[in-house]
Design a binder for this molecule. Sequence first.
Ligand code: OOG
Ligand code: MG
Length: 254
Amino acid sequence: MKTLAELAEYVDEAARTATEIPQISDTHPLSVEDAYAVQALSMQRRYARGEKRIGIKMGLTSRAKMIQVGVSDVTWGRLTDAMREEEGGVVSMSRFVHPRVEPEIAFLMKKPLSGKVSALEAMSAVEAVAPALEIIDSRYKAFKFDVGDVIADNSSSSGFVVGTWHSPEIDISNLGMVLSINGRPQEIGSSAAILGNPVRSLVSAARMVASAGEELKPGDIVLAGGATAAIPMEAGQSVLLEVENLGQIGFNIG
Ligand code: OOG
Ligand code: MG
């Protein structure tokens, strides 16, 4: 039997070296609680290497995403400064195993938030909202995992790009979202696909971080989750997301 610390080292090394690994559940099926413990321990290894926690990401908050990966529990993971990519920049394939990109909405926090909160309370803690692209890169072979695997692997977090911040007065409940590759629309959806309204994802985020004894802090970024299925990334592609009323963001893949 491996300890949770050994499993944390296993997933952390896979992420650090962009190496694909067999699923933990093949040999060590994890409860959700133990999987979050592995995630927390693996993040401590990153922080010890100098990475800074700058927010969190919610995962599997839309049906499209749940269907794509065959896991139907909402999960969360931690974002670090090393994962942030520049809007309009070139993202290198070299630090990933088999990355995918997905359209999201980001929140920027201005007040601490944690525990059981209403949508109104959650929004009053928000400084700004923005369009975002998340790059997910499951470290598991063939992008296959169960709920314990994906939680242990920090909910596949590996990169993200955030666009221009806008006033949280903008109604984000049902904004059209178009994700294009090389100028061709590939996924078309709405922010309403994210739990019916991305604000609900923020409400869940507050509850989930509290259960880990943490809180959302002023300055934190919260990614609400993919509104559509994710698209496999390939070198040479240009990625563009247009979100109604929030503008567009993109990057090139090198
Ligand atoms: C799990 C992470 C899901 C989202 O936005 O739903 C996620 C995965 O699909 O690998 O980031
Ligand atoms: Mg995501």
